[in-house]
Design a protein around this ligand. Structure first.
Ligand code: AMP
Length: 293
């Protein structure tokens, strides 16, 4: 695996079909599974490793975001990455950027309410990665369901010749969705953190058993949020993110809640397989994440 600092260096190692896995580093099995999927499908796997300052609306969140390139290099290499692109700030922003990519509508609800400007930061930097790294495909986690919808729409609207590939959410054995921010959760926070996935799993079971009422599915999640402080629970269209009264198309049941100082998001996606609603509950690890080792 090559560690590179510039877009041009990254491209110099390409051959064949190029898959990009954009990340902010501090890898866990969620990132690793994206890299492994990319490895199976592409000739060259490039992983970007950049803590994007534009997507942090809270400066203290940016300041404490975990960073360990040395640790991440070993993990990316083992997952089969060919190129780890870890640009210094000056490569990403040679001058203070005055250009932004703004996706309207989809970004104005859910995460967009608590994190104004967040998705513009994400869309702007992913645009730069697409332009500078010129991948054929790009891999994103379903864990960030709204981000995935926003980036799919951006890719279509701007005619980027990049195929977006979505990957299921990777979870701890107890159901907690992996996130680099989970390292900030104390053992005492764990029961509250688990309320999110537990509620989502109950709603997934209900939907597969025939429940189609949006409010009732949302209530199943709300009922499980006893000690986590709920921000939103919404059943939305996977594509437009509009709220759904009825589960009658591809949908996302998404939740955000605070546990102590840590903000957690999670979701289950409802897909249609042969006309049946099938919940994507993600995949569970059979042992505790590398985040705690
Ligand atoms: P991040 O480094 O948090 O920006 O995440 C980089 C990519 O990994 C994004 O596409 C995320 O959606 C994805 N990702 C993060 N956590 C998970 C997870 N638990 N399961 C699957 N993908 C994830």
């Amino acid at each position: 695996m090559e560690l590179v600092r510039t877009f041009a260096d990254a491209r110099s190692f390409y051959r064949g079909l190029v898959a990009l896995v954009p990340t902010m580093g501090f890898f866990h099995e969620g990132h690793i599974s994206l890299m492994r999927s990319a490895r199976l499908a592409a000739d060259t796997v490039v992983v970007s490793h950049f803590i994007n300052p534009l997507q942090f609306n809270d400066p203290s969140d940016l300041e404490r975001y975990p960073h360990d390139l040395e640790r991440d290099m070993g993990m990316a290499e083992e997952a089969g990455a060919d190129v780890l692109f870890a640009p210094p700030r000056g490569e990403m922003f040679p001058r203070e950027p005055v250009t932004r990519v703004q996706v309207t509508g989809l970004t104005e609800r859910m995460e967009g309410v608590t994190r104004p400007g967040h998705f513009t930061g994400v869309a702007t930097v992913v645009t730069k990665l697409f332009a500078g790294l010129q991948p054929h495909t790009a891999y994103f986690g379903r864990k960030d369901g709204q981000q995935l919808a926003v980036l799919r729409r951006m890719t279509m609207d701007l005619s980027f010749p990049v195929t977006i590939v979505a990957h299921p959410t990777v979870r701890e054995p107890d159901g907690l969705a992996l996130s680099s921010r989970n390292i900030f959760l104390g053992v005492e926070d764990r029961p509250s953190a688990l309320e999110l996935s537990r509620g989502l799993m109950a709603a997934a079971t209900a939907a597969e058993a025939g429940e189609r009422d949006g409010r009732r599915l949302e209530d199943l999640v709300l009922q499980s949020l006893v000690s986590a402080q709920v921000e939103y629970v919404e059943l939305v269209s996977q594509e437009t993110l509009e709220r759904l009264d009825q589960l009658d198309r591809l949908a996302l049941l998404a939740v955000a809640a605070r546990v102590g100082e840590t903000r957690l998001i999670d979701n289950v996606a409802f897909d249609l397989v042969g006309g049946e609603v099938v919940a994507d509950r993600g995949v569970r690890l059979d042992r505790t994440s590398v985040l705690y080792r």
